[in-house]
Design a protein around this ligand. Sequence first.
Ligand code: NI
Length: 400
Amino acid sequence: MNMYHIPYKEIISLTKRVHQKQIKIQRHLHRYPEISFNEFKNTSYLKKEIKKIGLKILPIKMETGVVAELRGTTKGPTVAVRTDIDALPVTEKTNLKYKSKIDGCMHACGHDMHMATVLGAAMILKEMQSQLKGTIRFIFQPAEEMPPGGARPMIAGGVLKNVSAIFGLHVDPHLATGKISLRDGVTMASVNDFDLIIHGKGGHAARPNTAVDALVTACEVVESIQKVISREIDPITPAAVSFGTINGGVARNVIADQVVLKGTARSLSKKATRDLPRLIKRTANAVCKGRGARLEMNILADYPVLYNHAKINRLFSENYLALFGKGKIEETPLVLGGEDFACYLEKIPGAMFRLGVMNKKIKADKPWHSSQFIADEKALIYGTALLASAAFDFLTNGIK
Ligand code: NI
């Protein structure tokens, strides 16, 4: 096969040229974060920046988020680049000069970095438009952090139409700036977020025999569901069920008539993903029935296992090595964290790389979702050059 060369030097010099502009964008987004599905101001801001770059904005059915396209002068395949755009309900406790100005809201997962990286790549690719052999579709997806997530409605709206592959990234505060990490195949867990509502019958605390205690029943439900993992899921399959909240009752001497449990089930296998909601429901139902209570179960999110395609990872690693040299690529550790980027990868080939943003000198080493989370802005250089280069390579040479 005849391989065309990628203009790495040009990409690096363009990356340096857009860097200051990108930092301005990233800081603006960091100052004005917005919660999942409420990214209205950021959507307008992104549209303004996208128009400045000269991309075409495509119509979407969602109220927040943006999809834009850049067409090369030669016809060819379409590759998509996705960023999430939402922030978290966390009060920022850093000393950054571009700290969040919105009380109780913070980019504590680095999605501001993702947006700035993707916009930077768009600026570079726009400069190279005459050399592009196909189309790049930029997806600015709302609500990664909150079930049911923004990926599924984006896909339902046709965002993957004619797309041959999709690229994604996530910053990693445990990986040094200058490095990326990749992992082939299963990389992140499936997610089933669910609510269990236990309906009992209220009464006086002194006369439990006349009531159906939703609180005692809920405790049994929590206990029993731990056995779903230990007794019913293949022990060689990593899986977890955790309850984050338990709420019910009104007073010390009143038996609770209702308790709400909020839980999440994670796993790394398709079979466990399929089985977990059913087993949780069956177990909770049986416990409730045994106590004379009634169960209601609502599933709020169901993301598949995140599966990275090896060929796209190879495209990333080849381009990264060519851009920045050896010793900069690590293997992404396997985790039970979830990510709705998995929904795109269920439909078409693609991969998500991790972008190192750790720099202890500036205290950029706190975990994701921490109120002290900081991402090293220098990492924008690495992520931006890689996205631009990989997109250019995909359109030029396809998947090798
Ligand atoms: Ni995130």
